[in-house]
Structure formats: structure tokens, C-alpha cells
Write a protein that binds this ligand. Structure first.
Ligand code: XMP
Length: 329
């Protein structure tokens, strides 16, 4: 694939030219395709002047922190520091229901964590890091920042993805965004050339604000996050077991802030409703809902209601994008 090989060489040269010989760079790894490929690329260009951090913000999926850290160490040999910031994020999100406010808060907390990670690093290596690597893709740029001259203002923005729109203006770190002109499938091709393991390349996209945009309303209410993690895990495992994971762009569960009446055993219940969403897409800009077989949905729905306490109803999202977006918030 000569086009991608050229692009890789070009990107590595740009990074070498941009980052001075004594400059240090921070990269936040999410465990997803974009940040992993971006980090591997920058690592190739500047070696151990790259310092990676993985933030547990309390908005991750089931056992995600353990799973991702293990894979980084075992498969990628990238030195990664894990920061436990669960209380920091969740305390700031308490009582917040507006999706855009959630994104802004989360973006701000991430930056404050990168700042203190940079500060700790300075104490260790005797120099302030100068750059922050982000795995921003072309569709993020289009959807977050209206192109100049398009006549659109920021209010036309669909969602302020925190890795593009939501960064504070006073941030001290300069940005390196080596994937900014690429679509997801191109990032996967680039990752393949960089020998990034399939476990990373084939992972479904996961939004930066994580489960905060999949628990509708206040994420700290009751045990919503825990319920969602369990439901999501059952759904994703079932998809993998059925051999469908690679045919789907994104699949996930959504926790709805409503209760409905059910009957479990001989008991009337008044419990939560969860929604399942799975879509196919080329680039995330448009998407079609994925049509599971009746039997698959029946098994998943039964499994969820039988094993997740506090859920008595499962619904499926059958809207495409547009008119819906992929995430519910
Ligand atoms: P939507 O919901 O806008 O999502 O159709 C398109 C793609 O973007 C992801 N997404 C986000 N990614 N920060 C991110 O890094 C965000 O705030 C965010 N919101 C949505 C979404 O998962 C889908 O892949």
C-alpha cells in the first residue's frame, strides 16, 4: 500500500521537524484505534521523548482499564502511566444533564490531568513537555469546526467533540494531530503498516466522553454507570460470540433515565429501560442501523433482564444517521 507508506514517512518527517530535539511530548491513550495509531506513529518519530498516559475517568466500559493497560504493555511495548481520576471526573459531573455541558466539563478535566501529568514529568526529566498528541480524525474536524468560508458559525456544530472543539484556549501544550486528514479506514490501514495489533485496529470507536454520553441525564445518579457496564458487556460479548463484531461500525447500550413497569417472577417491578444500538458506517458521518436476527435479539434481551439487577426492559434503536446521531447525546 504505497499511498499509506508514503503518508507514514511524510508524517514521521513532519513530526521530527515540528518537535525540537529536546522537546518532550505527551499522549493520552484511550485504548482506541485513533490514539493508539497516533501514539505509535509519534513513538516511531521521537522514541522515548513520548510519554503516554491512560486516564480512568470512571466513564470506561466493563473492566476496560485492566484490559487496555494489559494490552498496551503486552502488545505495544509503549510505556504508559495509568492515572486514577474516577472521583475527580464524577464529582464534577454530579447533577449535570446537558450533553454539551458534560463534554465541556470532561474536556476541561482531561486537560487539567494532562497538565499535572506534564508537571510530574517535568520533575522527573527536568523539562516541561511541549506537545500533546491527539488522534483527531477528519470527520471530527468537519463535525466540530465549520470550515472557514462555509458561512456557518459554531452554533451549526453538531457536537463539540472534546478532542477538537472543547479544548480550553489557555492550554499551554501545543497540539500534534497526525491523523487530522484521515478517515477511520485509512487510520486502520496506517496502523496495519505500523504493526499495531488487530485487537486495537478492529475495536469499535468509543467517544472521548465515554459512558457519560451513554447514560442519559445525570451519570452519577444511582448505579446507572454500573448497570450500563453490565448491559453493554453482555451485548458486546454476544455480538462477538455470534461473529458479528467486525461487520458492525459501533454497538453499545444506552441507559435511559426512565423506569417502566414489568413483572419478574411473581413480582411487579418498576425498573430501568436500556436501549441497544448497533450501526454500520463508512466514516461515522452517516450510519444505518444494523439488522440483527430475531433469535439473537431474543437471547440478548433475556440474558440482560435475567442477569442485570434493576433492568426490566430492553429496546432497540432502529434509526439511522441522519436523522439521529450515532450516540444518543
Ligand atoms: P455522532 O453521535 O455525532 O457520532 O453521530 C459520530 C462518531 O463520533 C463519536 N463521538 C465522539 N467522539 N468525542 C469523541 O471523541 C465526542 O464527544 C463524541 N461524540 C460522538 C461517536 O461515538 C461516533 O463514532
Amino acid at each position: 500500500n504505497w499511498k499509506m507508506e508514503n503518508l507514514l514517512d511524510e508524517e514521521i518527517n513532519i513530526i521530527k521537524e515540528t518537535v525540537g530535539p529536546d522537546d518532550h511530548v505527551i499522549c493520552a491513550l484511550s485504548g482506541g484505534v485513533d490514539s493508539t495509531v497516533a501514539a505509535t506513529l509519534v513513538h516511531k518519530a521521537i522514541g522515548d521523548r513520548l510519554h503516554c498516559v491512560f486516564v480512568d475517568n470512571g466513564l470506561l466500559r466493563y473492566k476496560e482499564r485492566e484490559r487496555v493497560m494489559e494490552t498496551f504493555e503486552r502488545d505495544l511495548h509503549l510505556p504508559v502511566t495509568c492515572v486514577d481520576a474516577v472521583d475527580q471526573f464524577l464529582s464534577k459531573l454530579k447533577g449535570v444533564t446537558d450533553p454539551e455541558v458534560k463534554r465541556k466539563i470532561i474536556g476541561k478535566e482531561f486537560i487539567s490531568i494532562f497538565d499535572s501529568f506534564g508537571h510530574d514529568l517535568e520533575l522527573k526529566i527536568g523539562k516541561k513537555p511541549s506537545y500533546l498528541v491527539q488522534g483527531t480524525l477528519y470527520p471530527d474536524v468537519i463535525e466540530s469546526c465549520p470550515p472557514p468560508g462555509s458561512g456557518k458559525t459554531h452554533s451549526h456544530t453538531i457536537k463539540s467533540h472534546h478532542n477538537v472543539g472543547g479544548l480550553p484556549k489557555d492550554m499551554k501544550l501545543k497540539l500534534i494531530e497526525p491523523l487530522k486528514l484521515l478517515f477511520k479506514d485509512e487510520v486502520r490501514q496506517l496502523g496495519k503498516i505500523l504493526n499495531v495489533p488487530n485487537a486495537f485496529l478492529k475495536r469499535h470507536p468509543f467517544p472521548g466522553p465515554g459512558l457519560a454520553v451513554r447514560v442519559l441525564g445525570d451519570v452519577t445518579e444511582g448505579n446507572a454507570l454500573e448497570v450500563l457496564r453490565q448491559v453493554d458487556e453482555i451485548f458486546i460479548q454476544s455480538i462477538k460470540d455470534a461473529g458479528l463484531y467486525d461487520s458492525i461500525w459501533q454497538a453499545f447500550a444506552v441507559f435511559l433515565p426512565i423506569k417502566s413497569v414489568g413483572v419478574q417472577g411473581d413480582q411487579r417491578t418498576h425498573s430501568h429501560v436500556v436501549a441497544l444500538r448497533a450501526v454500520t458506517s463508512q466514516d461515522g458521518m452517516t450510519a444505518d442501523w444494523f439488522n440483527f436476527e430475531h433469535q439473537f435479539l431474543d437471547n440478548v434481551s433475556r440474558k440482560i433482564c435475567n442477569s442485570v439487577r434493576g433492568v426490566n426492559r430492553v429496546v432497540q434503536d432502529i434509526t439511522s444517521k441522519p436523522p439521529s446521531t450515532i450516540e444518543w447525546e
